[in-house]
Design a protein around this ligand. Structure first.
Ligand code: PEP
Ligand code: MN
Length: 459
């Protein structure tokens, strides 16, 4: 009797075919994969990862897809930011909270400028693997494997440290879990109170170097006080949604964390809410595109200046065959010099095809240079110029510039040149901390938010 009252369970999809699809990438070329030194450690690490709990839940991933769909339709704006490469040592409470806090501060300014919800997403809790343009690095006549992120090898320049150690994937999982735990505590536990975040922003405008942003800051202040006077329930604004993302580079890791969701019987890569494919691994016939075409998560693809409109259309066909809003984000990283010339043809052809992707600008990776004193850096003005070019192109074509993707930190580092309170190259020797690409520091990040908010207010 009781059996007949039991709710009918959804019929799972044919598990065999789903799993086959998830492993189709194995017969394709996977660029940028490590050469693991010990096959036994590799096998046991992958096995362990396969049995560990998911880092995110499928339901959260579905919520993010809805939020990104709104952004693709011009009804929300994406802010995605964090380190170029997270490190195990850098996963401290202070550094994580400073980064989350800076992203929340930026988001308040952008929300005001856009008069739209801002989707907050960290390049955090999983951004541990890096593609490299060269396999090796030579110092003083000694050649060793290049650093590929803490998930693969160590930054120290010694043969022991630079070997590819698969057990690091397990450590990356645990470091991601503790990072995500802290992010969830901060964003769900009252840390994100709008009035508090607004109060932090006052510190930025108190700096005389930032006086040009005072009027916008005053407007935000008045808006917050207006909300208060109207009886806004600020307690309800203490919790914010915050999503985790990283480049899906190591396919062993991503595959091991991919699970079939019991509600929908569909595969989700539970290593993060959002995963992107890098500029070096977006080959349409390659393993990365194949693997990510099979999971339900929203997917991003970085598009550099060599991307043709045909490349973009082929990626849409493969990654978003159903033209599902929120599924696909194109993160363009053209460089300030190229964006006004290269972006229009991509946007035009994609729009004409009927696809509705989310367009996001990464104004960092096309603007990297070496400073005269030998550091990898970027000019703040180039970064802002690329964002401006991105807005101009979309305005001219009547499409929506849906977000920014930045390498940033909440700390007072000196890695990018310029800003209103300028960083110059002499500061690098003392305050350059990144093990990979240069990040905007706390103040430069806020300054960018004020500038982008001004541009958003005009669209
Ligand atoms: C990155 O985001 O750190 C990166 C390597 O970017 P891209 O793939 O665009 O070069
Ligand atoms: Mn980078």
């Amino acid at each position: 009797m009781t059996d007949s009252l039991a709710p009918a369970l959804p019929r799972p999809a044919d598990p065999a075919s789903t799993i086959d699809g998830l492993d189709a990438w194995r017969s394709k070329t996977a660029a940028q994969q490590p050469a693991w030194q010990d096959p036994e450690v590799h096998a046991s690490s992958v096995k362990e990862l396969s049995s560990l709990p998911p880092l995110v839940f499928a339901g959260e991933v579905d919520v993010l897809r809805e939020r990104l769909a709104a952004a693709a339709q011009g009804k929300a704006f994406l802010l995605q930011g964090g380190d170029c490469a997270e490190t195990f040592d850098g996963a401290t409470a202070d550094k994580i909270s400073a980064r989350v806090r800076t992203i929340l501060q930026m988001a308040v300014v952008l929300t005001y400028g856009a008069s739209l919800p801002v989707i907050k997403m960290g390049r955090m809790a999983g951004q541990f693997a890096k593609p490299r343009s060269s396999n090796d690095e030579t110092r003083d006549g000694l050649t060793l494997p290049a650093y590929r992120g803490d998930m693969v090898n160590g930054y120290d320049f010694s043969p022991e440290s630079r070997g590819h150690d698969a057990s690091r994937m397990v450590k990356a999982y645990h470091t991601s879990a503790s990072t995500l735990n802290l992010i969830r505590a901060f964003t769900q536990g009252g840390f994100a109170d709008l009035r508090l975040v607004h109060h932090w922003n006052k510190g930025f405008t108190a700096n005389p170097a930032h006086s040009r942003y005072e009027s916008l800051a005053r407007e935000i202040d008045r808006a917050v006080r207006f909300m208060d006077a109207c009886g806004t329930d600020f307690d309800a604004l203490k919790r914010v949604e915050f999503f985790a993302s990283h480049e899906a580079l190591l396919l062993d890791y991503e595959r091991a964390l991919t699970r079939i969701d019991s509600r929908t019987s569909l595969p989700y890569d539970t290593s993060a809410h959002f995963l992107w494919i890098g500029e070096r691994t977006r080959d349409i016939d390659g393993a990365h595109v194949e693997f990510l075409s099979r999971v339900r998560n929203p997917i991003g693809v970085k598009l550099g200046p060599s991307t043709s409109a045909d490349d973009a259309l082929a990626l849409i066909d493969k990654l978003d065959p159903d033209r599902e809003p929120g599924r696909l984000t194109f993160i363009t990283r053209m460089g300030a010099r190229n964006i006004r010339e290269k972006l229009p043809q991509l946007v035009e052809r994609v729009t004409a095809s009927g696809a509705q992707v989310l367009w996001v600008t990464d104004p960092m990776h096309g603007n990297t240079l070496t400073s005269p004193n030998g550091y990898k850096t970027r000019n703040f003005d180039d970064v802002i110029d690329e964002v401006q070019g991105f807005f101009e192109v979309h305005k001219a074509l009547g499409t929506f510039p849906g977000g920014v993707h930045v390498e940033m930190t909440g700390d007072d580092v000196a890695e990018c040149l310029g800003g209103a309170d300028p960083i110059d190259q002499d500061a690098f020797a003392e305050r350059y901390e990144s093990v990979c690409d240069p990040r905007l520091n706390h103040m430069q990040s806020l300054e960018m938010a004020f500038l982008v908010a001004g541009a958003l207010a005009k669209i």
